[in-house]
Ligand binder design. Sequence first.
Ligand code: AMP
Length: 369
Amino acid sequence: MTVGIVGAGQLGRMLALAGYPLGLDFLFLDRTADTPGAQVAPSLLGEFTDPTLLRELATRSEVLSFDWENISVEALRAATRGLRTRIAPPLTALATAQDRKLEKQLFDRLGIPTTRYACVESLPQLHAAVQKIGLPGVLKIRRMGYDGKGQKVLRKPSDIAAAWAQLGGVPLLYEEFIRFDYEVSAIGVRSRNGQIALYPLSRNYHHDGILRLTLAPWSNPALARQAHRQLRLLLAHFRYVGVLAAEFFVRDGRLVANEIAPRVHNSGHWTIEGAVTSQFENHLRAILGLPLGSTAALGHSAMINLIGSIPPRRQLLAEADVHLHDYGKQPRPGRKVGHMTVLAESARQRDMRARALLRRYYRRLPAIP
Ligand code: AMP
C-alpha cells in the first residue's frame, strides 16, 4: 500500500520512517532531489503544481497527503479527479490553514477565542487597522508565512510605513500583540470513521519565530480541557482525517488561538519516543482508514530542535538518554536540521534535563526556562 506525499521535508521523512514497520510504501513529490524524504523513499522531481507529476503521484498511491501547507489546493484536487485515490487531510482544512483570514473567521464561527484582527490591503487600511486594534500589533502576510516569516511587530506609529514597505503588496492581516504567558499546542487525530484521539498538551518555546523546545505532557488540566474541546470542534467541523495541530497563546489561564496546521507538527515530534503511538504513525493509520493507536504519554518528554547544524554527533550520542533525529539536511543558519528528545520520569527531572541540554548546545539562546 503506497502513501503519496507532496513535499519531502523532515515531516515526510518521519512519516515514511513511521510507516515502514506497518508494511507501507511511500512516494514523494518535491522540487529538489536531495530532500530528507528522498533519502528514505522514492521521489518524483518537479514543481508541486506540475499536473503530470501530481497525476502520477495520485495514480501510484492509495492516498495522497502533504507535509507542507503552501501547496496548491486546486492542483491537488485536479490530480485526483476521476481516480479512487483519496486526499487527506481534507482540502477544506488545507485551504483554511493557508489563509490567516479564513482561519480567524473559522475560529470566530466556532466560538474559539483568538486575537482581534483586521484585514489589510492598502496603507490607508493599515492605518485604519492600527486605529481600531491599537499598538503594539503584528502585521502578517495572509498566505505563505511559516516559522515567523512574513510578519512584523508594530510598536509605534512610525513603524506603520516601514512595515507596509516591507510586507505590503500582498493581502495582510493586522492583529493585536498578545502579551502571553507562554505558548502551547494541542495535537489530535481523526480517522475516516470519525474515531478521535488527542495527545496531551505541549508547551512550546520559540525564539526568532522558530520553535526551539517542546515540553510534554504540559500538565494543566484546565488548559488541556479548553484546548481539547476546541480541537474537537475543529476536527468535527472539517470531518477531518489525519493529524491536526492547533497553536495557542496562554494569557491569564485562558487560551487564545493563534493558528492551525493540517498536518503532523513540530511540537508533536516528542511523540516518537514519548507516546504509545507517534503522531506520524497515527496520521498514517487515520488516512488509511486503520484503527488509531493510543496517544497516551510514556513519560515526560523534552524535544529540542537542532537549528543551523547538528552538534558534534559523538558528543550528542555520549548523552546516553538523547534520541537523535538527523534530517539529512545541509547545514544553514536558521534551518531545522534535526531534533533530539529526552524522556524523564517526572516533569521536574525533564525540565532540569532540558535546561542542561539547552545550556550545552544553545550557548547563545536567551530566555528559555
Ligand atoms: P505564527 O507564524 O503566527 O505562528 O507566529 C510565530 C510566532 O510569533 C508565534 O509562535 C509567537 O511567538 C509570535 N507571535 C505571532 N503572533 C503574535 C501575536 N499576535 N502576539 C504576540 N506574539 C505573536
